[in-house]
Design a protein around this ligand. Structure first.
Ligand code: GLP
Length: 244
């Protein structure tokens, strides 16, 4: 779906999420959201905060699982995804802290594998992700599932692509300070989400959007797997859609 700009597009996604939260509230069910970081979902989170503050949208029944976190990463570090989510969403709405989950960047290497299976088990116990928000990396990564990630890949520690590190290096004030690894939800759990919304803005995303939407389904472009999802939508601005 192509919108005039990212503001109107983000508002439409926020409306869909708000409607889902309210339906789940009326059914006395938790609403399980898969959340993303990066610049693309910032407008969405701002709109959700607006709906909370101005229209009383409650997040008390919302349970969130973030896609990824750099490794190693301290939660209070400026570039941690924990800090990003707290500042942009969690600290501004009435979500219960114990209902928010973000992969832990402070584990020892030996702890990671078990932690990752427990992260997936927590999602499964709740019945899976109702709605998964995604951005897209310049190489087609979703979460930190880089090129070559298999469709059945699990939640795991991954090596970041050089291009991903270069993109992140602005935030880390140089490539040398940029993490080389991250923990990411696997492609399998993303594909198991009942609904997936991938958001992309701007001309710089237009080539990878064309490959993801119209190209072959290949592991080089993990976002292309979404062609095989039965309820996935790419929400784009005109520039990101300009090569379709
Ligand atoms: C990071 C995140 C991804 C995100 C991507 C794109 O790599 N781990 O989840 O999709 O950045 O970021 P942006 O939205 O800033 O283009």
């Amino acid at each position: 779906v192509v919108y005039e700009n990212s503001v109107t597009a983000s508002k439409a996604v926020a409306k869909e999420i708000a409607d889902l939260i309210k339906v789940k509230q009326s059914q006395k069910q938790p609403c399980i959201l898969g959340l993303a970081t990066g610049s693309s979902p910032k407008g969405l989170y701002a709109e959700l905060v607006h709906l909370h503050k101005e229209e009383g949208l409650s997040f008390k029944n919302v349970v969130t699982f973030n896609l990824d976190e750099y490794y190693p990463m301290e939660p209070d570090s400026v570039n941690s995804y924990v800090r990003f989510m707290k500042e942009l969403l969690f600290d501004q709405v009435d979500i219960l802290p114990e209902n928010t989950h973000i992969p832990d960047g402070t584990l020892t290497k030996a702890e990671i594998a078990q932690y990752c299976s427990q992260y997936e088990a927590k999602i499964e116990v709740l019945g899976g992700i109702d709605l998964q928000i995604l951005g897209i990396g310049g190489n087609g990564h979703i979460g930190f599932n880089e090129s070559g990630s298999l469709q059945n890949s699990k939640t795991r520690l991954v090596a970041l692509d050089h291009t991903t590190r270069v993109a992140a290096s602005k935030d880390f004030l140089g490539l040398n300070n940029t993490p080389r690894t991250a923990i990411t939800l696997g492609v399998k759990k993303i594909m198991e989400a009942k609904r997936v919304i991938l958001m992309a803005w701007g001309e710089s995303k237009s080539n990878i959007i064309k490959k993801s939407v119209e190209g072959a389904v290949v592991s080089q472009v993990p976002a292309s797997y979404l062609q095989e999802h039965n309820n996935a939508t790419f929400i784009l601005d005109k520039e990101a859609a300009s090569k379709l």
